[in-house]
Design a protein around this ligand. Structure first.
Ligand code: BJW
Ligand code: ZN
Length: 243
């Protein structure tokens, strides 16, 4: 149906590549082929941990050590893996589109950056950042947070992972909404469509006139909201779409 390949008509009018404003939303599925476990697939990373124990403010309050350990393990694991062809294709797309591409990721890994993307909007935060729970200061973070000293800025606050847990407000929402309003093409890659507000972006983009495309291993929970869906591995689908 012609939906989504760059340079093809979007919203019924002819466009050139330089013309097209694109929003790409990525989720855990784009990092799966790099060896980062997803959240809700069979061998998902939440196994052994209840979501509410490790990804809520209440869980952190109840057992900060457990939550720090959980994120320490993920930080160490991500350091061992490499970006895959899907990340690389999106970095190439940024070269092509510049500011006309808004890459929004729900992922807290840095694989988009390591593939060469310069402007990544991390709506659920970043593994390589720590946040002072008292003064809100952010600091770059590489080592384990278990046993970390208090915040060097206020001297008192405990550091927490700089990530967005259930019940917290995702980051950069104003910029994301602006990009959804303006875009002519919205592409969702490797996300189950189970977690809001990201799961609602397709309907918002569509309401504002964008063409919408899903690239995912299987139909997501929101698959029916897209104009077009292609199912397969991100490492195959994303380079083919960008080419
Ligand atoms: C492949 C593949 C391959 C596999 N190739 N594909 C409306 C209705 C009901 C509830 C709510 C609602 N609005 C808000 C809520 C509450 C809640 C929520 O959504 N709950 C749901 C469970 C129903 N949302 C929130 O609390 C959010 N905050 C909020 O809404 O604040 C209010 C507000 C917001 C905005 C404006 C005003 C007010 C915060 C949500 C925070 C989510 N946090 C986490 C943890 C982040 C840190 C961390 O990583 O530890 O984010 S939870 C987890 O889920 C993580 C992910 O980013 C997120 C999404 O997961 P994702 O990426 O989709 O992964 P999977 O595993 O689910 O799916 C992977 C997909 O890839 C699958 O489909 C596979 O098939 C596919 N795949 N291999 C291609 N090779
Ligand atoms: Zn502080």
């Amino acid at each position: 149906s012609g939906g989504g390949r760059l340079g093809e008509p979007v919203s019924g009018r002819p466009v050139t590549v330089a013309d097209v404003k694109v929003v790409v939303l990525t989720g855990a599925g784009i990092s799966a082929e790099s060896g980062v476990p997803t959240f809700r697939d069979a061998d998902g990373l939440w196994e052994g941990h209840r979501v509410e124990d490790v990804a809520t403010p209440e869980g952190f309050h109840a057992d900060p050590e457990l939550v720090h350990q959980f994120y320490d393990e993920r930080r160490a694991a991500v350091a061992e893996v490499e970006p895959n062809p899907a990340h690389v294709a999106l970095a190439e797309l940024e070269q092509l589109l510049g500011d006309d591409l808004t890459l929004v990721t729900q992922n807290i890994d840095d694989l988009h950056e390591r593939a060469g993307s310069k402007r990544v909007v991390h709506m659920h935060g970043e593994l390589l950042s720590a946040l002072c729970a008292r003064c809100g200061r952010r600091i770059p973070w590489e080592g384990p947070m278990v046993g970390a000293p208090p915040c060097g800025s206020c001297g008192k606050g405990d550091l927490r992972p700089d990530v967005v847990w259930f019940g917290e407000i995702p980051y950069h929402m104003d910029a994301i909404i602006d990009a959804l309003v303006e875009c002519e093409l919205f592409v969702s890659i490797g996300t189950s469509g189970a977690v809001y507000p990201a799961a609602g972006f397709v309907q918002q983009a569509r309401a504002f006139g964008a063409r919408t495309l899903e690239l995912n291993l299987v139909p997501s929970e929101g698959s029916r909201f897209f104009h077009e869906a292609r199912h397969g591995r991100a490492g195959d689908l994303v380079p083919a779409w960008v080419a």
